[in-house]
Design a protein around this ligand. Sequence first.
Ligand SMILES: Nc1ncnc2c1ncn2[C@@H]1O[C@H](COP(=O)(O)OP(=O)(O)OP(=O)(O)O)[C@@H](O)[C@H]1O
Ligand SMILES: [Mg+2]
Length: 607
Amino acid sequence: MKCKKVNTNAASHKTGMARLWELALRNKILVIASCALSVISVAVSFTPFIAIYYLIRELVINFADLSRLNSSYMIKLGWLAFGAAAGAIFINFIALMFSHLAAFNTIYRLKLEFLRHIGLLPLGFHTQNSTGKLRKIADENIEKLEGFIAHQLPDIAGSFAMAIITLIILFVFDWRLGLASFIPVLTAYLIQIKAFGNKQAQIFITKYQNSLEDMNNAAVEYVRGISVVKAFNQTIYSFRKFYETIKTYGVFCLNYTKEYEIYMGLFMLIINSVYLFLIPAVILLSGGVKDYSEFAFAAIFYFIFSVAIPTSFLKLLYVSQNGRMILSGIERMDKIFAAQPLIEPAAPKTVSNYNVSFENVSFTYGGDFKTPAIEDISFTANQGEITALVGPSGSGKSTIAHLIARFYEVSSGTIKIGGTDIRDMSSLYLMSIISFVFQDVFLFKQSVLDNILAGNKNASRNDAIASAKAAMCDEFVKELPQGYDTVIGADNVHLSGGQRQRIVIARTILKNAPIIVLDEATAFADPENEQNIHKAFESLMKDKTVIIIAHRLSTVRNADKIIVIDNGRMDEQGRHEQLVNSGRRYSRMWERYSNAINWKIKRESRV
Ligand SMILES: Nc1ncnc2c1ncn2[C@@H]1O[C@H](COP(=O)(O)OP(=O)(O)OP(=O)(O)O)[C@@H](O)[C@H]1O
Ligand SMILES: [Mg+2]
């Protein structure tokens, strides 16, 4: 089989920080420009400190005779301080503009690639991954990159520049006073490294973050299940999982505070106490100085500058914190990118008849599922006939139905339509020749009419209404506030399960595809409606391949072929009478079913 490989360029083999950098540097020029400007802005932001130092120096020198003050020099210094402060803000603004441009551009492209990729994945992927999960990845996880590219990257560059420039300035004016100012910074960081730099602490922090995430997830689950909690009159204590996670998180918080808060407190205390180290140093050094005034000026400078020291080094600490959360979001996104898109044939085929045949088909759901959902299934559903699949719950009927439309790739064997392997058809073509009504119904948040027209975009309003009538929808749709133009899911528009299913049936009737797969399509309908819907289907079914799955055996007894599935395997096949007489599984199922019906009738007649 010749195949065209579909690949999205967003997929990557890199993981962790390497992957984060790869994504961040997609707009290399903008990112580099933003980081460079951030460094320049930081450098410029030091100018006011130096200008103020020279101002004070001028003041102190001429303190005895203020008339000797060089006022124009001082005014220039004043403007320089102001200009540098304003300039630093302006340059930082431009840096952030560049970084935001890079961030939005990257996120925009990544989201597009993500949506395009999930569009190419087999339908089965979507039944296995909730829309909520995918939405969360597209909206929240990818969005977190914005914080990294737009804020953290320029911050990282700026913070490093700030720390380095601070160090240089500290040691250029008077290295001894510089050292005295630097000792608290060094001590604070040594405490940090001692507390958090070991493996044990890293494990503890990871556990702490996981327990926080567990609690958040359990809270969401709790809110989702609130109706059950209320209906059974339960309290938070009975919702064990949520309760346990709150308790676990509480214990972690307590331990965290006991173990690590002391280090954090010490860190903050010491890094903010540069004065405490500077003052004794000035006192001790003052004894041995020759040029007293120069020493005094240097001391003044260090006192002014000591305000900037904690800020310079604290920024470095905060910059490293957010990384983990962004990384776990990216990991989730990459898991989706790693899912293989459907392989489209290089030369897609079409068919002229619509017999559906399974040839020794086995299928195992991926991931952790090791046992096959279906095994060695072979049957043919002929065009112009109704083929029914029956069997206990979980026996594999829906799996068989899904495989016909290539929701998943078979693990072994072949599924053919009109003698052609479905893998040799384009997925668009395959979708166009099959109509589905599934157990779980999906309606768009659009008008009833648009929902029906989804089956055939070229059909007219009248065609859609005719289909709706055939599917027994007309009566209840007319009662809706705007009839066929009522938006489903809008305020005060609520449809029952049966009504929703009938709208999907109308969509199927309108689509008029040559292969129809009905999985419990009339499960919600009352007997009268069910009969009417079957009547509507009868004319539709003419000359088509119809595959019906139903629990109510009365629905399938007239089928041309009944296939009995048990535990993923084919048990027997034949017409109703044949199977009833065979004395095997179907006959027992029929017996039980008839007994249940009789019992129900007897009860009803007694009431
Ligand atoms: N998305 C899935 N991922 C993993 N396993 C699945 C998935 N869907 C179904 N299964 C498993 O495959 C087996 C067959 O399920 P299937 O839904 O085909 O049964 P069914 O005959 O349609 O049941 P029912 O009559 O209750 O609808 C079951 O064991 C089920 O747990
Ligand atoms: Mg099913």
